[in-house]
Write a protein that binds this ligand. Structure first.
Ligand SMILES: [Zn+2]
Ligand SMILES: [Zn+2]
Length: 453
């Protein structure tokens, strides 16, 4: 059977979902859709329209492919196209929606959606063999990435390539955060075996900003409509023990990266406590320095903010790009323990240099993510014995202002005694001669937890 929907999209449709409903009978084995639009990619310069389709069955979401290149999915009981969720094709009301992320002037896009079904089922794919190797375990500091994509959304890497890329970089953990889908997770978990901890997740790729949900194997609704706010969703995610991260808040917006810049007025930061301050390769453009500045601004407003880093991998890295990774202290290299470390902010972000740092005062000694009573404190940071570029400077910041610095050297120590008030905080940074960031820690805060939101 085949059904066809056609229509027109103009500039007014941008930021909306355009639904088309249909009824499926009992006994369908495979549902296929084909979405095309004309003009396909008129763009302005190299920028195309950005239109995806999302599919919803009687029992909920069945996936989306956030990728202009392929919009012809098949969904069956044991197999589905990248981005979509296999499972029974239930009889009843289904819906295909066009997610209108970007329409470029002058608009006027004609589209066509063909919906086809038959009784045959697609063959189940073979279960992939897991990687050899055992990851490091026990209490310690663990390295990894909290943001990346496969070809289940707009990444170029297969699930296997994504996994191998993470292992080659020596990561103890890696998150999977495809745009608006979790469909790559079963394959990634099968392939990873015990070799690396997988943090299941999704990048909620909305029309007004992107957020990472970390720790969820299940699809999270990314749409903001019918009275649901992003703030309420962030609260539900946190209450459910998962981590909600505002991603690349100062990203360039429309038209180069439509929807990428954070614009949810109820989450500045509202209930959000995690913000991605280093996204992709470090560049002096506003995105990453702007993220760091926002993190510091929110700390200065009394929020217990935690900074994260994500390579936002879509393809293999180019030459000369400097990516960061997260170093998280966890009781074990497991999903639950890593989420605990991430939740409190016992972590730092680095492109290479490793370190240990503490603040001591009032008979206590704490590290990143923790709080000390105000008063006189001693802050100490010790760099690991490792190769360092020769133009790096380690600095201690007090409420965002550098108060002590020294040239980096393997094994060096930077110690400073300072007076702190309630609501103050410190971080450490490593920057090069040009002022570009190579490392930033999470904050140690002062004044007791009651002083903090
Ligand atoms: Zn994003
Ligand atoms: Zn991303």
């Amino acid at each position: 059977m085949t059904l066809t929907f056609t229509g027109q999209l103009g500039l007014d449709h941008m930021g909306t979902h355009v639904p088309h409903g249909f009824i499926l009978p009992e006994g369908v084995g495979t549902l296929r859709l084909r979405f095309t639009h004309d003009p396909a990619h008129p763009g302005s310069g190299d920028i195309p329209h950005q239109l995806s389709i999302s599919v919803y069955g009687p029992n909920g979401a069945r996936g989306t492919r956030h990728n202009n290149a392929d919009q012809s999915p098949a969904i069956s009981t044991h197999h589905a196209s990248p981005g979509y969720l296999p499972g029974k094709i239930e009889a009843g009301e289904w819906r295909v929606e066009i997610d209108v992320h970007r329409i470029l002037p002058p608009g006027g896009v004609t589209y066509r959606i063909e919906v086809m079904w038959n009784v045959e089922e697609l063959p189940a794919p073979e279960t992939p063999q897991p990687q050899f190797g055992e990851r490091k375990r026990g209490a310690g500091w663990y390295k990894g990435d909290l943001h990346g994509h496969t070809l289940h959304s707009d990444g170029r890497l297969t699930v296997e390539e994504y996994l191998n890329y993470s292992l080659e970089r020596g990561f103890d953990f890696v998150a999977l955060t495809d745009h608006n889908t979790t469909s790559a997770l079963p394959e990634l978990l099968s392939r990873a075996g015990e070799a690396i901890t997988i943090i299941p997740g999704e990048e909620l790729t909305t029309y007004n900003g992107h957020a990472l949900v970390l720790g969820t194997p299940d699809w999270v609704d990314w749409t903001v409509r019918d009275g649901h706010t992003m703030g309420a969703r962030a609260r539900e995610i946190a209450e459910d023990g998962k981590v909600f991260v505002i991603a690349h808040p100062k990203s360039e917006g429309h038209p180069f990266c439509t929807g990428c810049r954070w614009a949810f007025a109820d989450l500045l930061p509202g209930v959000a406590r995690h913000v991605e301050v280093w996204n992709g390769p470090w560049t002096p453009c506003p995105k990453n320095p702007g993220g760091v500045a926002l993190f510091y601004q929110w700390l200065n407003q009394g929020y217990r903010m935690v900074a994260t880093c994500g390579t936002d991998t879509h393809r293999l890295a180019g030459e000369g790009q400097r990516f960061g990774f997260n170093v998280i202290r966890a009781e074990d290299n497991t999903l639950a323990a890593l989420l605990d470390g991430l939740r409190t902010g016992e972590s730092y972000i680095t492109s290479g240099p490793l370190l240990a740092a503490r603040a001591s005062g009032s008979g206590q000694s704490v590290t990143f993510g923790d709080c000390l009573p105000e008063g006189e404190i001693t802050a100490t940071c010790v760099l690991d014995d490792s190769d360092l570029a020769d133009d790096l400077t380690l600095s201690l910041t007090h409420c965002g202002t550098v108060i002590a610095s020294a040239s980096c050297a393997s094994g060096m120590e930077l110690t400073e005694t300072l007076s702190t008030s309630s609501g103050d905080w410190i971080t450490w940074e490593i920057r090069d001669r040009a002022g570009q960031l190579h490392m930033i820690t999470n904050a140690i805060r002062f004044g007791g937890e009651s002083a903090w939101r």
